[in-house]
Design a protein around this ligand. Structure first.
Ligand code: ZN
Length: 183
């Protein structure tokens, strides 16, 4: 990511919307935008394979769930933020993962230009691939600024997406247990 280039593009954008990039409040805005992009789109520079260290599960064979994980992303259609919470669960197959790694995987995929459906399936597929668990369940709930400040202008709408793999997909009972535990 070339921060100097992003800074210049942000300055151009300020001019194009009819503002004066030299006025007091906007003077350092392009620099701040570039700096914030480093974080907001930092997911492109990271690979979930490199952070996912696994441990011996010591025969633990029930559901493990990380709940109420805040996430922040940017919609690829309008470049407007969407953000909310995620619930990620799995049933281990001998291997478990450090619980903080679940939010970190979510961060890697959400800090890109995205849609909510894709983040949900990417998190589920990555866990299925790297951890080979008995099953995985991922639920995301988010509010989309592109729906609030433009378009249909609905202020209280939430969008929910889910992805299930393995036994979460095959067995309704397992899926219900997960959905009950995340309530
Ligand atoms: Zn959008």
């Amino acid at each position: 990511m070339n921060l100097a280039k992003i800074e210049e593009l942000a300055r151009q954008l300020i001019i194009e919307i009819g503002e004066d990039p030299k006025r007091e409040g906007l003077k350092d805005t392009p620099k701040r935008v570039a700096k914030s992009f480093e974080r907001i789109f930092g997911g492109y520079l990271k690979d979930p394979k490199e952070i996912l260290t696994t441990f011996d599960g010591e025969n633990y064979d029930e559901m493990i769930i990380c709940k109420n994980i805040d996430f922040y992303s940017t919609c690829e259609h309008h470049m407007q933020p969407f953000f909310g919470q995620a619930w990620i669960g799995y049933i281990p197959n001998k291997k478990i993962v450090g619980i903080s790694k679940l939010p970190r995987i979510l961060d890697i995929f959400s800090r890109r230009l995205q849609n909510q459906e894709r983040i949900t399936t990417q998190v589920a597929d990555t866990l299925q691939e790297l951890l080979s668990p008995i099953g995985v369940g991922v639920v995301l709930e988010a509010e989309h600024l592109c729906m609030k400040c433009r378009g249909v202008e609905k202020q209280n709408t939430l969008m929910t997406t889910s992805a299930f793999r393995g036994t979460f997909k095959k067995k309704a009972k397992t899926r219900y247990e997960f959905l009950k535990l995340i309530k």
